[in-house]
Ligand binder design. Structure first.
Ligand code: GDP
Ligand code: IMO
Ligand code: MG
Length: 427
C-alpha cells in the first residue's frame, strides 16, 4: 500500500491524529506528509497515556524512523514551526527527520493580524477562524503576492516580494481597518531570523515523495481540517481556505492521482463543529451537553468549545463521494455508551421535501432539518474492548448500520484516545 490518505470526513477533529499515529506505528510507514492547511490544525495523539498535540507538524513526527514532510500545499508560519519543534524536542522527541517544501507559502505575522481584523469587521457574519492567518496567506497565494519558503533564502527577492505584498495591505490596514501599517523592514527581519534553521530542512518535496513511491516506500498523507471545511466542497463561506479533500492531496504534494491506493475517511460516531456555519444535527439540549462532556469536546488549537450533534449519514455519504473513500475509521464510539436509543440522521427535510443527498445550494443546507432513525443503544463501558466481537451486540449493530448508511466499509473503530483503544472491524 504505497500511498495512503487519511482525511476528515466531517467538520474536523474526527481523530485524524490518532488514525495517522495508529497506521504509522502498526504498518511500515516511511513518510507522513501534510499537504494543506497550517497551524490551524490540532491533532491529538495519546502514547502510553502521554498526550501530544501537533498543529503544523505531521503526527508522524512522533514515530521513530518516520520522515515528516510539510509539502507545497501547506501554509507555514516559521514561528509556529520552530515553536512546535522546540516543544517536542524538549519532551524528548527526535525532530531531526523534518522536511519542508521550498514552494510552501509563508505565514508572516501580518497574515494573522489581517485574519483577526477581517473577522472583527464581518461581525455576526464572521467565519470563526482560528485567527492563525490561514485565509490571508492562501489569499496572497492565489492573488500571486505570496511569499514562499524559497524566497527567504534571497534577501533581495524577499524584500521585493514583501514590499509588493504589503503595498495594498497597508492601505487597507490604515484606511479601512484603522490599524498601523506594517513595516517592510520589520517583516524581512522577522522572516530572515529563521533562515539558518530552515535551510537544512528545505527540499523539493514533490521529487522526494515521488521517488519514495517509485522505490515502493509507503507514504501517508495526513489530512488537516475536513471535507465539510473544504473551500470548494464544504459549507462555503464557513470553510477554511484550502482543499482538505483527497483531490487536494495531489496538488498539495505534487503527486498524481493514480499514485493513491487507499483513502481513509476519519469520522466520529457523532458530529462536532468549531466556528460558525450550518450544522443540521446540532443539539442544543442535554444530549448535546452530554456528548460535549463525555467526548471532552474542546478544541486542541484554540480551546473553543465544539458544537455537538448526532451522526449525519448524509455528510458521510457526501464525504465518501467527493473523496472516493475506500474505508472509514469510526472514532469515539465509547462516548455513545449510556443512551437508550441513538438517533442517526439518514436524510434531510428541506422545506418539507425529503433529500437523501447533500442539498445543491447552501440556502437549502441552511434549511435542512435532520430525518432521524433511532438505533438501540448500549450501557456497557466499551473502552476496554480490544476486538470487535467484544463489543455489546447493539454497539456492533450501530457500527454495521453506519457502514450501510455511509456507503463505505468501516475498517476500524476507536473506543478511546489511546493507540491501543482501536478495533479492527471484520470485513
Ligand atoms: P483531529 O484534529 O482529527 O486529529 O482530532 P482532535 O485531536 O482535534 O480531536 C479528537 C479528540 O478525540 C482527541 O482528544 C483525541 O484524543 C480523541 N479521540 C480520538 N479517538 C478517540 C476515541 O476513539 N475515543 C475517545 N474517547 N477519544 C478519541
Ligand atoms: P483539525 O485538523 C476543526 C475551522 C475554524 C473555522 C474555519 C476556518 O484539527 O481537524 P481557518 O482558521 O482555517 O481559516 O478557520 O475552519 N477549522 C477547524 N475546525 N478542526 C480543524 O482542524 C480546523 N481548522 C480550521 O474553526 O470555522
Ligand atoms: Mg483537531
Amino acid at each position: 500500500m504505497p500511498a495512503i490518505v487519511v482525511l476528515g470526513a466531517q467538520w474536523g477533529d474526527e481523530g485524524k491524529g490518532k488514525a495517522t499515529d495508529l497506521l504509522a506505528t502498526t504498518e511500515q510507514i516511511d513518510y507522513v506528509v501534510r499537504t494543506s492547511g497550517g497551524h490551524n490544525a490540532g491533532h491529538t495523539i495519546v502514547v502510553n497515556g502521554e498526550k501530544f498535540a501537533t498543529h503544523l507538524l505531521p503526527s508522524g513526527i512522533l514515530t521513530p524512523g518516520c520522515t515528516s514532510v510539510i509539502a507545497n500545499g501547506v501554509v507555514v508560519s516559521p514561528e509556529a514551526l520552530f515553536r512546535e519543534l522546540d516543544a517536542l524536542e524538549a519532551r524528548g522527541v527526535d525532530v531531526s527527520r523534518m522536511v519542508v517544501s521550498a514552494n510552501a507559502h509563508v505565514i508572516a505575522s501580518y497574515h494573522s493580524t489581517i485574519d483577526r481584523v477581517t473577522e472583527r469587521f464581518l461581525g455576526s457574519n464572521k467565519v470563526g477562524t482560528t485567527g492563525r492567518g490561514i485565509g490571508p496567506a492562501y489569499a496572497d497565494k492565489v492573488a500571486r503576492v505570496g511569499i514562499r519558503i524559497a524566497d527567504l533564502f534571497d534577501e533581495k527577492i524577499l524584500r521585493a516580494k514583501v514590499e509588493a505584498s504589503l503595498e495594498v495591505k497597508n492601505q487597507l490596514l490604515a484606511k479601512v481597518y484603522n490599524r498601523r501599517a506594517v513595516e517592510v523592514d520589520a517583516v524581512v527581519e522577522e522572516l530572515l531570523a529563521y533562515v539558518d534553521r530552515l535551510r537544512p530542512m528545505v527540499a523539493d518535496t514533490s521529487l522526494l515523495l515521488n521517488r519514495a513511491l517509485d522505490r515502493g516506500e509507503t507514504v501517508l498523507f495526513e489530512g488537516a481540517q475536513a471535507t465539510m471545511l473544504d473551500v470548494d466542497h464544504g459549507t462555503y463561506p464557513f470553510v477554511t481556505s484550502s482543499s482538505p479533500i483527497a483531490g487536494g492531496v495531489c496538488t498539495g504534494a505534487g503527486i498524481g492521482p493514480t499514485r493513491i491506493d487507499r483513502v481513509i475517511g476519519v469520522i466520529k460516531a457523532y458530529t462536532t463543529r468549531v466556528g460558525s456555519g450550518p450544522f443540521p444535527t446540532e443539539l442544543f439540549d442535554e444530549d448535546g451537553e452530554k456528548l460535549w462532556k463525555i467526548g471532552g469536546e474542546v478544541g486542541v488549537s484554540t480551546g473553543r468549545d465544539r458544537r455537538c450533534g448526532w451522526y449525519d449519514a448524509v455528510v458521510a455519504r457526501y464525504a465518501t463521494r467527493v473523496n472516493g473513500l475506500t474505508d472509514l475509521f469510526l472514532t469515539k464510539l465509547d462516548v455513545l455508551s449510556s443512551w437508550e436509543r441513538v438517533p442517526v440522521c439518514v436524510a434531510y427535510d428541506v422545506d418539507g421535501e425529503r433529500q437523501d443527498e447533500m442539498p445543491m445550494t447552501q440556502t437549502e443546507f441552511h434549511h435542512a432539518k435532520p430525518v432521524y432513525e433511532y438505533l438501540d443503544g448500549w450501557w456497557e463501558d466499551i473502552s476496554g474492548c480490544r476486538s470487535f466481537a467484544e463489543l455489546p451486540a447493539n454497539a456492533q449493530a450501530y457500527v454495521r448500520a453506519l457502514e450501510e448508511m455511509s456507503g463505505t466499509r468501516i475498517w476500524g473503530v476507536g473506543v478511546g484516545p489511546g493507540r491501543e483503544q482501536t478495533l479492527v472491524v471484520p470485513a
